[in-house]
Design a protein around this ligand. Structure first.
Ligand code: NAG
Ligand code: NAG
Ligand code: NAG
Ligand code: NAG
Length: 498
């Protein structure tokens, strides 16, 4: 079932690329005109949107969004600090009227000159985890929640310092995004996520037409993790990389790694594993059990809930209990009203990762050929993870539109070197398999006279970069370094050397 999904999806994707990019010159012109004219031809925009969606048979899903923008404006978030001079919007975009399916977004305009800054779409992984709860409130958004779960403080390293940031809770069933047709939840998968995201974007641009001509970037993080458990996508390189990382970071015994090397074969076509291998793998997993594998050096959270009065917060030292505070904040009715969220009074609470999506229906077993395909097609994207590099690309089919917005193709994958879930070693093994030529050799990149991490540039303008001292959620642990990276990337610059 898994392989057939990949085939079907990639057929669709390639067909989409093909139809739009090569065979229909007129279509491509229309797209360029649409984006580069900065909304100058508003009247034709709906027909543009229709024709984009018609390629995927989705044209009936371009809805009337006129006049909805003002209603989405967030006047004031409860507990918001003084001196907020950028606009925020939040609300629902219908992606399927028949079933009553709508996706929730939060949009933070740039702090300065929002009218000339690009739009960055941010997607969290899971699958099934919230970009509002994680991305916006714990990582790169303008605010973080204090330990009382009620008050907010500014994140000086928020990405809206350099761009307009659009956080999308996707798919339906994640966060505030919902469907009135409960059976939709059991149909969740990469395909549905991708088409809904595409429909969302087209309709969102109808609601915010002034953003139509803007440079548009897709960024996101993770796929393996909370919800499905460790969805191992490149099983062979991931497993080998993970155990090697554990050993080189002094987390497991010499005997354990020797046994793994000797008795384990992680390749997809390997015969059933040897009992000795199983035992060593169990030992390794047990050894890291008491750590936060998402950041092997991070402190753990030992309390639940919120504190009666807010503790003095620190952006530099990420509070491991942050998700408790975010949970409390987003489940506050007043906050939901301010965000225009939960208007249909859902019968479950908001949670960081979905509790209503029962299963994920489709998931390709390996990403490597797809990565190769996409690199050859030159898509500009900022990615945090190798493992999920493409998942976001096609979970959000809008990626496909991206291709026409930029003639320069550049991809960057960023990894925190404290991350034991998607460890640097795994990524290196996967990159090795892609057999890409090295364009600019491995070197340190710098911020404030310190090594921010290391970077290497491969063919196809694929940059791989590490962030020193960051766990899985890079902007949580190294906010200044993460901001520096996105800033360079948006400007099309190499990471700084001084
Ligand atoms: C879902 O149903 C509610 C109640 O009937 C309705 O108000 C809402 O608009 C519906 N959602 C969508 C996306 O159609
Ligand atoms: C919540 O509502 C849906 C339909 O809207 C229903 O199928 C489901 O059983 C309800 N869940 C609970 C816990 O009441
Ligand atoms: C939506 O609102 C209802 C009623 O206030 C509340 O019980 C529920 O927890 C909320 N759900 C979400 C997902 O915010
Ligand atoms: C790589 O980027 C440069 C400019 O930075 C561009 O000229 C070139 O076409 C890109 N190469 C590919 C394969 O996308």
């Amino acid at each position: 079932m898994k392989p057939s999904f990949s085939c079907l999806f990639f057929f669709l994707l390639l067909c989409f690329l093909h139809c739009v990019a090569s065979s229909t010159a007129r279509q491509r012109d229309a797209l360029n005109k649409f984006y580069f004219n900065n909304g100058a031809e508003r009247s034709s925009s709906s027909s543009w949107a229709s024709s984009l969606l018609s390629i995927s048979g989705l044209e009936s899903k371009v809805y009337d969004n006129s006049g909805l923008k003002e209603g989405d404006k967030v006047v004031l978030l409860p507990g918001q600090p003084e001196g907020v001079h950028f606009d925020q919007y939040a609300g629902y975009v219908t992606v399927d009227r028949a079933n009553g399916r709508a996706l929730f977004y939060y949009f933070a305009e740039a702090v300065e000159n929002s009218g000339s800054k690009p739009i960055v779409l941010w997607l969290n992984g899971g699958p099934g985890c919230s970009s509002l709860g994680y991305g916006a409130m714990e990582e790169l958004g303008p605010f973080r929640v204090m330990s009382d779960g009620k008050t907010l403080y500014r994140n000086p390293y928020a990405w809206n310092e350099v761009a307009n940031i659009l956080f999308l809770e996707s798919p339906a069933g994640v966060g505030f995004s919902y469907s009135n047709t409960t059976s939709d939840y059991s149909k969740s998968g990469d395909h549905r996520t991708a088409t809904d995201a595409l429909v969302f974007l087209v309709n969102w641009f109808e609601r915010f037409p002034e953003y139509k001509g803007r440079d548009f970037f897709i960024t996101g993080e993770s796929y393996a993790g909370h919800y499905i458990g460790n969805a191992v996508i490149n099983k062979e390189t991931d497993s080998k990389g993970t155990f090697d990382y554990f050993w080189t970071h002094a987390l497991i015994a010499d005997e354990t790694i020797h046994t793994i090397h000797k008795f384990c074969n992680f390749s997809p076509d390997a015969s059933p594993t040897a009992p000795k291998c199983d035992r060593a793998v169990d030992e390794a997993n047990l050894a890291v059990y008491e750590l936060d594998v998402y950041n092997i050096y991070a402190p753990l959270c030992f309390s639940s809930g919120v504190t009666p009065t807010p503790k003095s917060p620190s952006i530099e030292n990420f509070d491991p209990c942050t998700s408790n505070y975010v949970d409390a904040y987003l489940n506050n009715l007043e906050v939901q009203n301010a965000l225009h969220a939960n208007v249909t009074k859902l019968n479950y609470t908001w949670s960081g990762c979905s509790q209503v999506i029962p299963s994920w229906s489709d998931q390709p077993s390996t990403m490597l050929p797809i990565i190769h395909e996409l690199l050859s097609n030159g898509i500009r994207i900022l990615k945090y993870r190798c493992i999920d590099f493409v998942v976001h690309v096609y979970r959000c089919a809008s990626m496909i539109a991206l291709r026409f917005l930029h003639n320069i193709c550049h991809t960057i994958k960023i990894l925190g070197d404290f991350d034991g879930v998607v460890p640097v070693a795994s990524t290196r093994y996967s990159l090795e398999k892609l057999k890409l030529g090295v364009k600019a050799p491995w070197r340190a990149w710098m911020l404030n006279s310190e090594v921010g991490g290391y970077t290497v540039v491969y063919d196809h303008n694929l940059t791989f970069a590490t962030v020193r001292g960051a766990g899985h959620e890079v902007p949580s642990y190294q906010p200044a370094r993460a901001l520096e990276m996105i800033k360079s990337f948006l400007q099309g610059l190499h990471l700084p050397t001084v």
